[in-house]
Design a protein around this ligand. Structure first.
Ligand code: ADP
Ligand SMILES: Cc1ncc(COP(=O)(O)OP(=O)(O)O)c(N)n1
Length: 270
């Protein structure tokens, strides 16, 4: 019997279903990978923004890690919202103990105000503990600026941020996402050798809530399925482009991505 690939997401929740754990598990399911989760924070949010969040007690986060790892070994792991340095350090310790081979680090910054925020202590925990374990780190531009402490204004700055994350901080690869850039929606992958560009048309839409989570979840599922990093990112870019270009128009604000986007025309004609 063929064994199904298994992927674990470590992240926060979104009761409106568009981001965090919810986006990740929907993505794993859509790709045909068995999804598991460790919840770090319960977030009250919707398409209009973040209202508040509660970080789960560290012991309870640890207990969830142990519940998964003593029973099932994931082929790949993704982390999203890790809101304290303590949970970042715990995640690093658990990934090392479980000898996780494929780790996708989405360095999400989130605060109860809804504004992106991360303390210097948390930045150091990401840099020292998590980046050296990452198969790939997937920052958007503000996250790449925060992690590298550099301003990013040009494509050459994006590439330099990727180089720094790999050569100075020890990630195996870095995917700098251009969603917050101007012009085409171009992302740059650096693996310590070459830069690869993943390009897409920029759609005039506000419905991109959870796009970073979804993109990183496709990459995680691809790695769990044994794909190369290049192929996993390529699949991720195709999935997220289709997901953004076929909006579901759910909610009053920045709506979620469409997980059926890549087979949307077939669904709509049935
Ligand atoms: N309006 C858009 N049209 C097409 N692709 C987009 C658009 N906005 C974001 N993307 C793509 O979605 C992915 C997520 O990017 P980004 O918005 O930078 O990350 P995050 O969601 O973490 O802030 C990237 O591949 C980016 O290029
Ligand atoms: C619980 C939780 N995790 C992550 C996010 C941010 O989602 P992301 O896909 O990185 O960013 P946007 O595309 O929504 O800007 C979140 N909102 N909640």
């Amino acid at each position: 019997m063929t064994e199904i690939a298994k992927a674990l997401t470590i992240a926060g929740t979104d009761p409106s279903g568009g981001a965090g754990i919810h986006a990740d598990l929907k993505t794993f399911q859509e790709i045909g990978v068995y999804g598991m989760s460790v919840i770090t924070s319960v977030v009250s949010q919707n398409t209009l923004g973040v209202k508040s969040f509660v970080d789960l007690e560290l012991d309870f986060v640890e207990s969830q890690f142990d519940a998964v790892f003593e029973d099932i070994h994931p082929n790949a792991v993704k982390s999203g919202m890790l809101s304290t340095p303590e949970v970042m350090n715990l995640t690093a310790q658990k990934l090392k103990e479980a000898r996780v081979a494929n780790y996708v680090l989405d360095p999400v910054m989130i605060a109860s105000s809804g504004h992106e925020l991360i303390s210097e202590e948390a930045r150091v925990a990401v840099a020292k503990e998590l980046l050296p374990l990452a198969t790939v780190v997937t920052p958007n531009l503000p996250e790449a600026e925060m992690l590298t402490k550099r301003t990013i204004k040009t494509v050459s700055d994006m590439k330099e941020a990727g180089r720094v994350l790999v050569e100075e901080y020890g990630a195996k690869a870095a995917l700098i996402k251009g969603g917050h850039y101007e012009g085409e929606a171009d992302d740059y992958l650096y693996d310590g050798g070459t830069f690869e560009k993943f390009s897409a048309e920029r759609f005039d839409t506000k419905h991109t809530h959870g796009s970073g989570c979804t993109y990183a979840a496709v990459i995680t599922a691809g790695l769990a399925n044994g794909k190369s990093l290049y192929d996993a990112v390529s699949d991720g870019k195709a999935y997220i482009t289709a997901a953004i270009s076929n909006p579901l128009n759910i909610g009053k604000g920045q709506g979620p991505t469409n997980h059926w986007g890549h087979r949307w025309s077939a669904i709509q004609s049935t």
